[in-house]
Write a protein that binds this ligand. Structure first.
Ligand SMILES: Cc1ncc(COP(=O)(O)O)c(C=O)c1O
Length: 420
């Protein structure tokens, strides 16, 4: 018999195996300084393109003031305990009511962390007789929620309505046998490639199939729709989303998340979300902080306008220079290049060290082999100078990628990895 740890010591997993080459630089980098368009990395000034502080609220003076006041008044702990037992307050209720109103739903329920909240939401919504049909590119929290499901689940090809329909047909036949219902799950915005979930087309299928729709709108909330209420508002189908989810970790620049929907559904979830019933409530710092951020989102449309000015300038600039930014329909700005993992590492190092540009790099196995994805997140804190410098840097690194500079530079890395 093996010792349990033999395997994990031999095999660190698909990402962990890169640790010795990547840690501290490509993964687990330490960005320092106030959260903004310009930060420090390895002691150097960099333009940051990898932080989801879409509206620039993280370091806004008014936000910092409220966060500090809340911390001074309550410390980090209050309230203690789970919501159900001792961790509930008037302000938790107030935030829920304001969030529900903002996303145009009857009710909302706060979550201490989005990830766990989503896992529990899926777990609570279905029984073994129900069937889940979800987009194959769904975020890990959706996949983990689906993993808890004891009944049948089907994936549909990413944003492919024909595939969704095929799976809805299968699910419907099955549900007729089990006596259960169907839950469809999509993201509002797919965070890696920036495409919006095709919510309008998904809800149109409600005329033909009987299902309920859960949408994870982590990247849409605050960035899309006339008021910033998200992808449902953007596509004019918010009322057709049965359970709406968003996190505070992006536009709201905080911690926490919420679910919103019809009162009856939210009342049910309130008593059945295991990750909330058996875990600590969202601390007051984040509740007061979220109330402040929400008020700013509602009353300062200029934040979202500035964000989109930057998104459009960056995306149009990249397209004009012939970069492939895929099919994004949101602020998430992917730039696809062709190259190996060692070339990607050399290229990102060049960008950071010589051009002062910090963006996230995504490679196989997250995307197909031979592709490099530089994922950029414009925010309201960026300016046109940041964008111009970045566009020029991108043109330069593309030339070097194409003329083989990074291949030569990365030869040593490749040899070390035995991947020639
Ligand atoms: C699509 C999506 N869903 C859920 C989450 C998890 O939210 P949280 O960070 O609040 O746990 C994230 C990451 O923040 C996300 O990108």
């Amino acid at each position: 018999m093996r010792d349990l740890f033999d395997r994990i010591i031999e095999n660190k997993g698909p990402l962990g195996k890169w640790a010795s080459q990547a840690e501290g630089y490509f993964v687990f980098p330490k960005l320092e300084g106030n959260i903004s368009n310009r930060m420090k990395f390895n002691g150097k000034d960099v333009i940051t393109w990898s932080i989801n502080d879409y509206l620039g609220l993280a370091n806004h003076p008014e936000v910092l003031k409220v966060d500090a006041q809340a911390a001074a008044q309550h410390g980090a702990a209050y309230p203690m305990g789970a919501r159900m037992m001792s961790g509930h307050t008037d302000l938790h209720d107030q935030l829920q009511n304001e969030l529900a109103e903002f996303v145009d739903k009857q009710a909302a329920y706060l979550l201490n962390f989005g990830y766990q909240g989503m896992v529990s939401c899926i777990d609570a919504l279905v029984t073994k007789d129900d069937i889940i049909v979800y987009d194959v590119d769904s975020h890990a929290c959706i996949i983990d929620g689906v993993r808890l499901h004891m009944g049948k689940r089907f994936t549909y090809q990413h944003n492919d309505m024909e595939s969704l329909e095929k799976n809805l047909e299968r699910a419907t036949k099955m549900a007729e046998q089990t006596g259960g219902g169907i839950l469809v799950i999509s993201e509002g915005v797919f965070g890696m490639r920036g495409e919006q979930g095709r919510l309008k087309e998904i809800v149109a299928l409600k005329g033909k199939y009987n299902f309920r729709l859960l949408v994870d709108d982590a990247h849409g909330f605050g960035t899309l729709g006339k008021t910033g209420a998200g992808t449902g508002e953007e596509q004019g189908v918010q009322d057709q989303i049965d359970v709406y989810f968003a996190t505070f970790a992006k536009s709201m620049a905080g911690i926490g998340a919420f679910l919103a929907g019809d009162k009856e559904v939210i009342d049910y979830l309130k008593y059945n979300l295991r990750s909330q019933m058996f875990a600590k409530s969202l601390p007051m710092i984040y509740v007061k902080g979220a109330l402040k951020r929400l008020h700013m989102m509602k009353t300062m449309p200029e934040l979202k306008e500035k964000l989109w000015e930057n998104v459009n300038a960056l995306q149009n600039g990249l397209k004009e220079r012939g970069f492939n930014i895929g099919t994004t329909q949101s602020c998430v700005t992917p730039v696809y290049l062709n190259g190996s993992i060692p070339e990607a590492m050399a290229l990102v190092k060049d960008l950071r060290e010589n051009y002062g540009i910090f963006c996230s790099i995504v490679v196989y196995p997250v995307i197909p082999k031979g592709l490099i994805l530089l994922r950029m997140i414009p925010t309201a804190t960026h300016d046109l100078e940041d964008i111009q410098l970045t566009l020029d840097a991108f043109s330069a690194i593309r030339d070097r990628l194409e003329n083989g500079t990074y291949k030569r530079l990365s030869a040593a890395v490749e040899a070390a990895m035995g991947d020639k």
